[in-house]
Design a protein around this ligand. Structure first.
Ligand SMILES: C[S@@+](CC[C@H](N)C(=O)[O-])C[C@H]1O[C@@H](n2cnc3c(N)ncnc32)[C@H](O)[C@@H]1O
Length: 212
């Protein structure tokens, strides 16, 4: 085991994640976002981008299952859920979740979405996709924002009107361009640096509610 892996294993949040049965500590970031913005409200069709190792999928499944019983009323509800996770790396299987090993920026991925959701629009799209960091904060920021714009194309095609979108970005000079673009497409757009996110990193999440 490398020194970095050992440090990671000693991390209290890593231990807490393991105690809760989560595959990674990132689960707590999504739970922080949920606590603040209730993004899983009436979410039955969910797409998780950049899923490995799978802790966001675990969280999504928990809420989607709860929603089946919680929302049995005259408003929008479903009697089943569909969750799809995608990553360029292989995702270890999770029961009742569709996992695909694919680059999200490809045309094949769009075809895969349409096939799995059978042409229906998605309630919630969450993205923790992260570029492979080079260590150069500026170029990493620019590459991450470019990737976020490609993800915006995915939500334009697949997220339902009034749908919710969460995306990880890195703070920097191009951040405002992305933020403004999202503001034109959603009723409410906020940023959140989850408590569980590394204080030294420039990562932040953009939470977009109510697609226009
Ligand atoms: C921070 S990790 C996600 C952690 C995950 N949310 C969890 O809770 O377990 C970011 C992931 O994005 C994936 N990724 C980066 N670029 C991608 C791309 N173009 N297509 C698909 N996945 C990508 C990486 O392989 C990596 O596994």
């Amino acid at each position: 085991m490398t020194e970095k892996q050992e440090q990671h294993r000693r991390d209290p949040q890593y231990k807490q994640a393991k105690r809760h049965g989560y595959r990674a500590r990132s689960a707590f970031k999504l739970l922080d976002i949920q606590k603040r913005y209730n993004i899983f409200k009436r979410a039955f069709y969910i797409l998780d981008l950049g899923s490995v190792p799978g802790s966001w999928l675990q969280v999504a499944k928990k809420f989607a299952e709860e929603n089946l019983n919680k929302y049995k009323d005259q408003y929008y509800h479903r009697d089943h859920y569909k969750i799809m996770g995608v990553d360029i790396k292989k995702i270890s299987p999770l029961e009742n979740i569709k996992t695909v090993k694919m680059d999200i920026t490809t045309l094949e991925f769009q075809n895969e979405i349409e096939a799995y959701f059978e042409g229906e629009k998605i309630d919630l799209i969450i993205s923790d996709v992260s570029i492979n960091k080079s260590g150069n904060k500026f170029s990493d920021h620019v590459r991450q924002i470019n990737l976020c714009f490609k993800i915006v194309d995915i939500i334009k095609k697949n997220l339902k009107p009034k749908g919710v979108f969460v995306v990880k970005a890195f703070q920097g000079s191009d951040f405002n361009g992305l933020f403004k673009n999202l503001k034109s497409q959603f009723r409410v757009v906020k940023t959140l640096k989850p408590k569980s996110s590394n204080k030294l990193s420039n990562e932040t999440y953009i939470i977009c509610l109510g697609k226009k």
